[in-house]
Ligand binder design. Structure first.
Ligand code: NBP
Length: 476
């Protein structure tokens, strides 16, 4: 009998995804440009299930039952197009082609349109969870037509992570919706990681704690509302000692963070949509700054504050404040990310269910966290919530956190410990809640130098003041 699903591209992700399908009892056709990877997979893991190795794309396609379900797991960009071009002439109307790589959602929209012209379903699917997730259950964010989800959904739900018995996979929406949501997921991941890193830095260089002690603090936090995969692994990394030097591992790693680009895409897209995702942007910039070795070397030795440490009593209370600040800043970062999804959904008519999106991030993916239940609940209660921050739970948490949050940002500034993520989150919060913003002054400046006009609070219409003349106002 023919294979039920095919995977082409058998590097770490594709191989583990193919094994995941096989372990769930599916007959899996496997193919890779370089045949050695296909052979190796079958030799090493053939006992795990029914694999149908194929040496050529033709062999791969004919080994699949129809409508065919093909998952492409190759390097994003040109390689994905190359594989699609190779497969399309071999396929039949109704077949479903999935791109499980980290494609840009605009590429996915283009590919979906092109394949639709051939009567094929193209599904751009976000898959999160890395190598281990692919094998043991990732969080899956498929886009594409409703028909494609009917053919493909049950298999994806089978291999996805489960939380309380529910699969971490849902049909996100048409064409690029899945990859868009995956992109924002990665952006949020950047923000979350940056905030955790800042919490560490404040405990280390503000409160004078050692990495091992901070690991214990994080373990404690992981038993509470901050419980998440990222906090858990952070504690592990901080507790780790470098074998070669006997020093804390975190002290021997070069402090220049790298990036593959999905965080940058999130910010670029947010700029286009006009959505302030300052938490994600600061995280991307923080990585860039860390990598600017020459700049940092040149600036090293610039004057800093004279106060450099908290005393020990203050330091104990400070750890509690940092937990509050981290929770509040994290709320802001997620609220911003969900606003971006909301905006993308409106712009491209995707009709994305925000509550369902938060629910499938509870398992399998890097940002999995207890906290996501709160987001699902907030959007279930009100699908049109303008910002998560006004939901009852979030509002109460902010009320409880805000004075700690302010102390942490103030202390960071006083001690000269950079906390761009915490600071920008607080500034966003205060900006949103402000009754009046100095944007009125910016409008005045714009009108002064460029006659860009302004609106008034007390009358409708568009106005200009004759700044160079008698400063009378005229309606434009
Ligand atoms: P890579 O991104 O390293 O890609 C390697 C695969 O692409 C190999 O199978 C390679 O075939 C194939 N390939 C290339 Br390169 N050029 C090709 C071409 N012109 N035609 C056909 N095949 C080509 O693999 P990965 O790390 O498993 O990631 C796969 C996708 O999943 C990527 O889009 C990645 O961004 C995404 N992703 C990765 C992770 C992760 O944790 N690694 C997590 C989530 C998503 P070869 O063997 O013949 O060279």
């Amino acid at each position: 009998s023919q294979a039920q699903v095919g995977v082409t591209g058998l590097a770490v992700m594709g191989r583990n995804l193919a094994r995941n399908f096989a372990r769930h009892g599916y007959r899996v056709a496997v193919h890779n440009r370089t045949a050695a990877r296909t052979t190796a997979l079958v030799e090493e893991f053939g006992h795990e299930g029914e694999f149908r190795p194929a040496r050529t794309p033709e062999e791969f396609v004919t080994s699949l039952e129809r409508p065919r379900r093909i998952v492409i797991m190759v390097k994003a960009g040109g390689p994905t197009d190359a594989v699609i071009d190779e497969l399309v002439p071999l396929l039949d109307a109704g077949d479903v082609v999935v791109d499980g790589g980290n494609a840009h959602f605009l590429d996915t929209r283009r590919r979906e349109q092109a394949l639709r012209a051939h009567g094929l379903h193209f599904v751009g699917s976000g898959i999160s969870g890395g190598e281990q997730g692919a094998l043991e259950g990732p969080s899956i964010m498929p886009g594409g037509t409703a028909e494609s989800y009917r053919v493909l959904g049950p298999l994806l739900e089978d291999i996805a992570a489960k939380v309380d018995g529910a699969p971490c996979c849902t049909h996100i929406g048409p064409d690029g919706a899945g990859h868009f949501v995956k992109m924002v997921h990665n952006g949020i991941e950047y923000a979350d990681m940056q905030l955790i890193a800042e919490a560490y830095d404040l405990l280390r260089h503000g409160a004078g704690r050692q990495p091992g002690e901070i690991a214990e603090i994080f373990r404690g936090w992981n038993d509470g509302r901050l419980e998440s995969y990222l906090i858990g692994i952070t504690a592990e990394v901080l507790a780790h000692t470098d074998a070669a030097t006997g020093k804390p591992f975190v002290d021997v790693v070069l402090d220049q963070a790298e990036q593959k680009g999905t965080g940058r895409w999130t910010v670029q897209t947010a700029l286009e949509l006009g959505i302030p995702v300052s938490g994600i942007a600061e995280a991307v910039f923080a990585r860039s700054l860390s990598g600017s070795a020459e700049l940092r070397a040149a600036a090293h030795g610039l004057p800093g504050p004279t106060e450099t440490w908290l005393d020990s009593a203050a330091s104990d209370r400070f750890a509690e404040d940092v937990e509050q600040a981290l929770y509040a800043s994290k709320m802001v970062a997620y609220a911003q990310g969900f606003n971006q999804i909301q905006a993308g959904s409106a712009e491209y008519a995707w009709d994305i269910d925000l509550g369902a999106t938060a629910a499938i991030w509870r398992g399998g993916c890097i940002i999995r966290a207890r906290f996501l239940d709160r987001i699902t609940a907030a959007y279930r209660a009100d699908g049109r919530l303008p910002t998560l921050l006004t939901d009852e739970h979030f509002r109460e948490a902010l009320a409880g956190a805000q004075s700690s949050w302010r102390r942490v940002v103030t202390t960071a500034a006083q001690l000269g410990v950079p906390a761009p993520g915490f600071a920008t989150a607080l500034a966003y919060y205060d900006s949103l809640r402000a009754e009046r913003l100095p944007a009125s002054l910016v409008q005045g400046q714009r009108d002064y130098f460029g006659a860009h006009t302004y609106r008034r609070t007390d009358r409708v219409g568009t106005f200009h003041t004759l700044w160079g003349g008698d400063r009378s106002e005229e309606e434009r």
